[in-house]
Each structure stands twice: as structure tokens, then as C-alpha cells.
Design a protein around this ligand. Structure first.
Ligand code: AHM
Ligand code: MG
Length: 342
């Protein structure tokens, strides 16, 4: 025994709430429900490969990608964990084309939940970590059961963001705007226990860059020069960066939070807005990284400042330590955006 007290996520949420005497408890209830959904998904992800759970469903989602059974399972688990609490006015999921209404038999409340149920799901069959991402906004419209303006809010208005990483252990990392805190699921007691309080992204930290270099031939000149710089080819760095790329954003961002460096999914000539979705992936991760002392940009704007125009909008993403985002600014500028031709 170390004699240190164990802080479960429930206790952490209660203690956070006590700082706000006017709090109704609604927000805490939402966070509990998210933690429950995370445990349910984790239990199923841990069984991936057993029985009939792996493989395609044969359907495609709104992005034209094949939907896996675990994606659907995770989407449904979250919806069913969150639909009846009376605190949400609507939801939106990366797996669902339209805004999701709260079923009419349930009360609605003052918050909106956006989520990516199983991010990086193309990795599931290879037993590579996947994750879930959550973003919570306060309702701003006067419509009782919410409206599109409640969902299309810029990232700086998020009241909370979280991800769950189903890695070598399951971790839930969340922020309510007062730092970024990580909890590890102890499977023996079924509780998320505080393991990483007040996470701070090391700066400069380990110099790791993370990007899908298979897309290099489609990059802009600025992007190509940025990666050449990180690899030490321009001779400016005394030590070049190392490369790490899981291909699951949650895992790549988690490593970046712990070790430092930079994660990138840039625009390229084939995908002028990049791949990642502003509302379900970029904005919540930007809040978590920013609350840990890092930054997130699309190359020009802070991701948290971007006003969303549509539900499934994509955005180029660079996130990491302050120093590494400064380097992005130097290389990925307006003038250097022409696609690479060689
Ligand atoms: P998904 O939401 O369909 O799983 O796609 C998002 C994932 C991210 O987790 C990851 O950063 C990226 O796609 C990897 O894309 P690529 O395979 O093009 O490198
Ligand atoms: Mg995703």
C-alpha cells in the first residue's frame, strides 16, 4: 500500500462540481454517463476477435466508409447511455448523417453531445488501439429540443471534451476547462482511477512527429518542407525528430500529450480540407491539448476558433507542443500551399 488515496472519476467530478455552488449536477451526470458508456465499449473492444464481433456489417456510413460492427455497437451504446438522462437536448455522431434527436418520451436539457464512437476503427482487426471522442456544448438556441445552431458551435465554446483510449489499458482523459486529467480503468474494480492529474504536454519534450507519410506526394510545398525540416534534412535541427504513427488519432494524440512533439493530418491536393472532422475529432482534441498547455491549428487558425459550417466538416489538423506549432506556422504558410509536383 502506498497510503495515497484513490480518486475515482466520480469523486473527481464531484470535487470539481463543488467548486461551482450554482452547479445543478446536470453536467456531472453527463460525465458519469460518458464514463459508463466508456466501460461498456471497453468491455466489448477487449473481446474483439472473440466470436462474431469482428468484420464488416456490409453497410457504409455518411463518409462512404465501411462500417464495422464495433462502430455501430459503440454508437448505439453511447446513444442509449445518454438519451434518457434529461440533460441533453440533442446529439450528433460521426456515424450518423443527421443530428440525433432525443426520443420524445424523454425530457431534454441544456447540453449538446457530439461524439466519434470508435475512432481509428480500421485498426480494430489488427488489434491496434482505437478510441472514442466526446465534445459537450451548452445549448444556445431557444428551441426546447435544440436546433442546428446548438450543434454548430466553435470549439472555444465547448464546456467539456474527453477521449477514451482502448490501448494496453483503457484510459479516459477529460477536461472541463480546468486542466486535462487522465484516468485509467482498473479492470479488477471496474473504476476509472486518477492516474494522470493535470497533464502537461512536455515542451519541447521528445521530438516526435506523427503523420501519414504515404500521402507525401499530395502535400503542399510548405508541408513537404516542414517534414523535411523535422527529419533534419535542412540542417537546422541539431537532432532530427523521430517518427511514430499509429493511424488512430486518439492513440497518436495521447502519445503526443505524454511525450510531446506534433501530430498532423494536413490538407493535401486530394483532400483540400484534410481528413479529420472538426466537430467530432479536431475541436475536442484541440481543447484537451490546449488545456494541457499545447496548441492546435489548421495551419492558419486556432482550431478552437473555427466556426463550423456543417455537421461533418473536415479540417486540417496540427496539434502538439507550443514549440512545434510555432514551427508549423513557419513552414505551412498561405504562400507555400501549392501542391507538390515532383
Ligand atoms: P475514422 O474516424 O474513420 O476512424 O478516421 C479517423 C482516423 C484517425 O483516427 C486517424 O488519425 C486517421 O483516420 C488515420 O487516417 P489514415 O489512415 O489516412 O492515415
Ligand atoms: Mg473518427
Amino acid at each position: 500500500m502506498t497510503g495515497r488515496s484513490v480518486v475515482t472519476i466520480e469523486r473527481h467530478i464531484i470535487e470539481e462540481e463543488r467548486r461551482f455552488p450554482q452547479a445543478t449536477g446536470a453536467f456531472s451526470d453527463i460525465l458519469y454517463d460518458i464514463a459508463l458508456a466508456a466501460k461498456l465499449i471497453s468491455a466489448q473492444v477487449r473481446r474483439a476477435g472473440l466470436g462474431d464481433i469482428l468484420g464488416q456489417t456490409g453497410t457504409t456510413n455518411v463518409h462512404g466508409e465501411q462500417v464495422k460492427k464495433l462502430d455501430e455497437f459503440a454508437h448505439d451504446v453511447i446513444f442509449r447511455a445518454m438519451d434518457h438522462g434529461g440533460h441533453l437536448c440533442m446529439m450528433a455522431s460521426e456515424e450518423e448523417e443527421e443530428i440525433i434527436q432525443i426520443p420524445p418520451q424523454f425530457e431534454t436539457g441544456n447540453y449538446v453531445l457530439l461524439y466519434d464512437p470508435l475512432d481509428g476503427s480500421s485498426n480494430i482487426d489488427a488489434n491496434i488501439p482505437v478510441g472514442t471522442i466526446f465534445s459537450i456544448h451548452r445549448k444556445i438556441s431557444s428551441a426546447e429540443r435544440g436546433s442546428v445552431e446548438d450543434v454548430l458551435q466553435p470549439g472555444f465554446k465547448q464546456v467539456a471534451a474527453a477521449y477514451v483510449l482502448y490501448g494496453s489499458s483503457t484510459m479516459l482523459v477529460y477536461t472541463t476547462g480546468r486542466g486535462t486529467h487522465g484516468f485509467t480503468l482498473d479492470p479488477s474494480i471496474g473504476e476509472f482511477v486518477l492516474s494522470h492529474p493535470q497533464m502537461r504536454i512536455p515542451s519541447p519534450g521528445k521530438t516526435i512527429y506523427s503523420i501519414n507519410e504515404g500521402n507525401a506526394r499530395h502535400w503542399s510545398e510548405g508541408q513537404r518542407r516542414l517534414v523535411e525540416h523535422l527529419r533534419g534534412f535542412d540542417g537546422e535541427l541539431s537532432e532530427p525528430y523521430s517518427a511514430r504513427y499509429v493511424g488512430s488519432m486518439v492513440a497518436d494524440v495521447h502519445r503526443t500529450l505524454l511525450y510531446g512533439g506534433i501530430f498532423m493530418y494536413p490538407a493535401d491536393s486530394l483532400n483540400p480540407s484534410g481528413k479529420l472532422r472538426l466537430l467530432y475529432e479536431a475541436a475536442p482534441m484541440a481543447m484537451l491539448v490546449t488545456q494541457a498547455g499545447g496548441r492546435a491549428t489548421d495551419g492558419e487558425r486556432d482550431i478552437l476558433d473555427i466556426e463550423p459550417e456543417s455537421l461533418h466538416q473536415r479540417v486540417p489538423v496540427y496539434l502538439g507542443s507550443d514549440a512545434s506549432i510555432e514551427t508549423v506556422r513557419r513552414f505551412v504558410s498561405e504562400g507555400a500551399r501549392s501542391p507538390v509536383t515532383r
